[in-house]
Design a protein around this ligand. Sequence first.
Ligand code: ADP
Length: 228
Amino acid sequence: MASILHIQDLTKTYQSTGKTLTVLDNINFTVEEGSTNAIVGPSGSGKTTLLGLCAGLDRSSSGMVELNGIRLDSLNEDARAQVRNQYVGFIFQNFQLLPTLTALENVMVPLELRGEKHIKPRALELLDKVGLADRSHHYPAQLSGGEQQRVSLARAFSNQPKILFADEPTGNLDAETSEKVVKLIFDLNREAGTTLVLVTHDAELAAKTQRILRVKGGKLISDERTLG
Ligand code: ADP
């Protein structure tokens, strides 16, 4: 099967009070197109940093990140943003919706950035898909956590991403809402073949994926295929 993400010798360091802090240490793995993957590990082990580098939100200190055949590690922020707009969906634990925009406007932003036409009906269609057509004119503060996460899913799905990254997508949600959000994410994989890379503390969610990558102290310590 073709790979969509290829990570080689990936290292991320930060400078802090004159010392070098190695947050990710020589990580290597490849993700197959259409597959479902979980990244797990203790808090502070580097999972969020790793996801951000894979998605082109941040840049590595050294090593390669190749997404859909494009070397992200050699691109500047603007060029990485273009790749993200074209191929990547990203879901944050704390939703990261723009507070001054309605649900509908939040979903319209990436469509506008891509220069698409007829963005309002398309955004409404996406909100309908996540069951929130009737909340389209609500601001994030007027929505529950679960509703905000579903708006952020609609936003992440809007560019029909080839790969969806999610950082603790159910971390702030109750069990029932988590189930809805997880179903929407996996439906995207089943219906559109979108590759999934999920960071999660939730063992049940990790077990639903086909592969579990375990990170500890900035190193990839195991890589297991599951029955998921
Ligand atoms: P996880 O997602 O597994 O909880 P993170 O990737 O958020 O881990 O963080 C890994 C380590 O990197 C932590 O020790 C964190 O303090 C450190 N870290 C993350 N971002 C920065 C930054 N901008 N500057 C310095 N250290 C950072």
